[in-house]
Design a protein around this ligand. Structure first.
Ligand code: NDP
Length: 303
């Protein structure tokens, strides 16, 4: 058996088309363009690249991006003041604070300072809390886990009652991915560095999400036949046959997994394109909510 490929490029392109159309409709109806503010603290090259990719995605969809860059030694009050100014700016619909922040900054306080309505990255503690709890609905779901959910939806796999294993419990991917799956009524096992018998857990899983950062950690012999496999990892593996001396591989050994799984994401071209597409989706939703609040304010002026 060879698994069906889950085409993240195509699914992300459809999401971007939807955002482009809705942004156009918003402009036609309300005369304004959704705005995403990005906040980059320091000069971490990977973070700078991610922020540039997000700005480029905005430009391609008719969204405004407003970049803010603070020096690596920016103090806590300076970052908080910037976030508060962006909260108060009616031309900004979404605020993205690029993580990780330099170690001297209190990440939780900065994320808590973001207006919930502008928390398009979904990391405000209230949004995360709502994602975790029953009978609560977050305003925004973090972009990579949201992208994973969309990929799973596209496969047609039934999430309710499915046995799901998430490998990796980082705040930005693994943990919120597990929370999304449990909210969708899957039975979720969350594995990490101290998990004994990883393969034993994986072998019973209908759905496997791997977000570890270790090249090809999960191999086909660990998987249940027919499992749906979402590989979040992005790793460089030395490859002398390539001009740059490496190739990009995931956290799953693609060839052996493909022979066992029912459906699988490739790396690259699986989860990667989804993260920014979901950020665009969240920003557009924030702008639509903003427009609706303004419309109501016009209908119901304060007395
Ligand atoms: P982190 O390093 O923050 O977290 C890694 C997690 O993996 C930790 O929870 C760690 O456990 C766990 N882990 C490490 N080794 C093992 C092991 N041998 N067995 C089981 N669990 C293990 O990574 P991120 O979550 O930020 O990223 C994971 C991968 O996803 C990376 O390759 C990254 O590049 C990629 N990524 C891709 C994105 C995309 O858009 N496609 C977006 C974000 C990340 P413990 O908690 O015990 O330390």
């Amino acid at each position: 058996m060879s698994a069906r490929l889950i085409d993240g490029q195509a699914i992300a392109a459809a999401i971007r088309d939807d955002v482009r159309g809705r942004a156009e409709a918003l402009r036609a109806a309300h005369g304004y363009t959704p705005g995403l503010a990005t906040v980059l603290v320091g000069d971490n090259p990977a973070s700078a690249t991610y922020v540039r990719m997000k700005q480029k995605a905005c430009a391609g969809l008719g969204l405004r991006s407003v970049p803010h860059v603070l020096p690596a030694d920016a103090r806590q009050p300076e970052v908080q003041r910037l976030v508060e100014a962006l909260n108060a700016d009616p031309s900004i619909d979404g605020i993205l604070v690029q993580l990780p922040l330099p170690g001297h900054l209190d990440e939780e306080s900065i994320l808590s300072a973001i207006d919930l309505e502008k928390d398009v990255d979904g990391f405000h503690p209230i949004n995360i809390g709502r994602l975790a709890m029953r009978n609560r609905t977050p305003l925004f779901i973090p972009c990579t886990p949201f992208g994973i959910l969309r990929l799973l939806e596209e496969t047609g796999v039934t999430l309710r009652g499915a046995d799901a294993v998430v490998v990796g419990r980082s705040n930005i991917v693994g943990l919120p991915a597990a929370m999304v799956l449990q909210k969708a009524d899957a039975t979720v096992t969350l594995c990490h560095r101290h998990t004994r018998h990883l393969a034993r857990h994986l072998r019973h899983a209908d759905i496997v999400v791997v977000a570890v950062g270790q090249p090809e950690l999960v191999t086909g012999d660990m998987l249940k036949p027919g499992a749906v496999v979402i590989d979040v990892g992005i790793n460089r593996k030395p490859d002398a046959s390539r001009p740059n001396g490496y190739r990009i591989v995931g956290d799953v050994d693609f060839e052996s997994a493909r022979a066992v799984a029912g459906a699988i994401t490739p790396v690259p071209g699986g989860v990667g394109p989804m993260t920014i597409a979901m950020l665009m989706h969240n920003t557009l939703r924030a702008a639509e909510r903003h427009a609706e609040r303004q419309r109501l304010a016009t209908l119901l002026p304060a007395t």
